[in-house]
Design a binder for this molecule. Structure first.
Ligand SMILES: [Zn+2]
Length: 255
């Protein structure tokens, strides 16, 4: 992925130089796919397809580094895989990460930090070294809007602390069940824990450069067709820069 980061850096430098003097506008989020452990069969064909179509995989961590410039959106794609952890690194999850690695691709791993053994942490550490991002998917995979404020904070901050003990401090909080409801407590807890992205399911096709935390959305795969999945992703994330990012605006307003 360091290769991907270098490409982004070069793209940034070029775009910063050519963009001087233009007003800031919301930036499109790259097409973002949400996978789970049962997506192992779907993945190889999809990865071959995005490779043929000229996409480079990046993570939210990469994207954060590139936010000061306008990315040529269609070149990048973010793949996330949720629900790592509760049963260790299962054979299916291992297959999925190996399929990515052998194509020199990366993904965002949504980690439920509850009960992980040393072997799992070692595996995750290797993934991180290969450019994968290890994101928090909370301690226990609870629906956050339904929790008491103290438990919610513990799920959000506690999982960040656990990951930080073993790996890089996480920058992305992946919401269990996509549960958000624009709950101010989630936003505050995520900000206090130092996250940069709240990752959900719907909305969040653009981010506002002036915000210090972003809500970003994802799309599920069409499990029968890699091609259809890519078409859906391209349509969903092809939002025009119309000078206004409604979702970010409403999140900020609630603060
Ligand atoms: Zn989940």
């Amino acid at each position: 992925m360091r290769k991907a980061a270098l490409v982004l850096l070069v793209a940034c430098l070029f775009l910063v130089v050519t963009d001087i003097g233009k007003a800031a506008a919301p930036i499109n989020v790259p097409p973002s796919l949400m996978l789970h452990s049962h997506s192992a069969e779907f993945l190889p064909e999809f990865l071959d397809l995005i490779s043929q179509e000229g996409y480079t995989t990046i993570t939210y961590r990469d994207y954060a580094e590139a936010l000061s410039c306008r990315l040529p959106q269609k070149k990048y794609i973010i793949i996330s895989i949720d629900d790592f952890g509760p049963n260790g690194i299962t054979p299916s999850l291992r297959t999925m990460t190996e399929e990515l690695k052998k194509r020199d691709m990366v993904a965002v791993i949504g980690l439920i930090t509850g009960r992980l053994d040393a072997e799992s942490w070692n595996y995750l550490s290797e993934l991180e070294k290969a450019g994968f991002e290890i994101a928090s998917h909370t301690l226990n995979h609870s629906y956050l809007p339904g929790l008491s404020s103290n438990t919610l904070k513990e799920e959000v901050l506690g999982s960040s602390n656990v990951i930080s003990e073993h790996l890089a401090k996480p920058v992305s909080l992946i919401l269990p069940y996509g549960g958000f409801d624009q709950d101010k407590r989630i936003i505050e807890a995520a900000q206090n824990a130092g996250y940069k992205f709240i990752v959900g399911i719907s909305g969040g096709e653009q981010v506002d450069e002036t915000s210090n935390i972003y809500y970003v959305g994802r799309e599920s795969p069409n499990i029968k067709s890699a091609k259809k999945t890519l078409v859906i992703l391209e349509e969903r994330f092809a939002t025009q820069n119309n000078g206004r990012c409604k979702f970010q605006f409403s999140v900020k307003k609630k603060l």
